[in-house]
Design a binder for this molecule. Sequence first.
Ligand code: DP6
Length: 361
Amino acid sequence: MFTANDFIPSQYSQTIENGHFQWSVPSNIALVKYWGKKDNQIPANPSVSFTLNNCKTITKLSFDKKQNTGNFSFDLLFEGKPKEDFKPKIQKFFERIEIYLPFLKEYHFTIDTENTFPHSSGIASSASGMAALAMNLMSLEKALNPVMSEDYFYQKASLLARLGSGSACRSVKGQMVVWGNQTNIKGSSDLFGVEFPYAVHENFKNYQDTILLVDKGEKQVSSTVGHDLMHNHPFAERRFAQAHENLDELISIFENGNLEEFIKIVESEALTLHAMMMTSMPYYILMKPNTLEIINTIWKFRNETQIPVCFTLDAGANVHVLYPNKDKEKILQFIKDELVDFCQNGQYLCDEIGNGAIQIK
Ligand code: DP6
C-alpha cells in the first residue's frame, strides 16, 4: 500500500536551467461518481470513469531558473492571452503540491493552455486542465531525476492532478480508470487513479459518448461547494456504500458485456448524484428542463428500438449519451432527429473512450 509520503522526493541528480514540455490530456466521464471528499482531496467513495478522446486540454509548460526562491512565480496564458482569473486556482494548486515537488519555487513558469472543446461550453476543463499541468510538472521532475520508473511517473502525475481537482486524477490514463480504495480491485488507491486492471468485454471497445450541451451558463453551485454539502448529508453514508456496491457490480459487467446491467448502474449513478444535490441543505438543482426532456426521449427510444443507449450526467445540465460503437450511425441519427432541439444553439460534441495523456514533442 502506498502512502502520500512515498511521493515526497529526496535529492535530484540533475540540474536544469530552462526548457519546456507539452502534454495533451483528455477529460473523462465518471460512471460511478465521486461526490463527497475528506481532507486532502481524499474521496469519500471510489469512482470509475471512461477516459475521453477528443475533449482535451493542451498545455505547454516553459520554465526558467530564477534567483529569488521565496515565492511561486508563473504567468498563465489561455488560448495565447493572459488569463488572470485562472491564477488563484494555480497558486492554490502549487501550494498543495509543493511538498511533492520541492523545486517549484526555483523556477518561473509560463503555462500556455488551450482546450479542444469550445470555451464556456459548460464542459468542465478542470479535469483535463489540472491533469495536463500535472503531466508537465512530472516531465520536469523526471528530467531532474531520470531514473524514475514509468509507474512512479504516472502514479505521481495522477496524485498531483488529484490535488488540483479530484476527477483530474482519472484523466492521466485510459481507457477506464478507478480512483479510490476498493477491496476487489487490486492496486486501487485513494491517492491516485489506476487503469481498470481486469478483462473488458468487446462491447465496450470504442464506446461512444456524445455530449449534449444543454446549458452553457456558469453553474449556480460549484462542485467544491457540492462536495462539501455531503458532510452531514442525511443520506451520505448509504450513498458512499452504494458506490462501492455499484463498482463491484461493474467489475463483472465489464467482463461479461451485459449492457442492460451496465445501463442500470450508469443511469442510477447519474440520478443519484443529482438526488444528493437535491437533498443537500441548502438543496439545489443543476438539471434544466431540457435535461429531463433528453432523458425521457432516450428512455422512449431505448424502449422502442432495444438499442442499448443510455445517459449520464456530471455536475451540470449537460447530458452524456453513451452507446456502443456498433450503434453509432443509428444513435447519431436519433440525436439529430430528436435531441438536438434540446441543446443550446443545437450544439453537441462527439467523443469516445480514449487512452489518456499524450506528450507532444
Ligand atoms: C460530479 O473533480 O470537479 O463530475 O475535486 O472539488 O475539483 P474537485 O471536484 P471535481 O468533482 C467532479 C464530480 C463529478 C463526478 C466525477 O467526476 O466523478
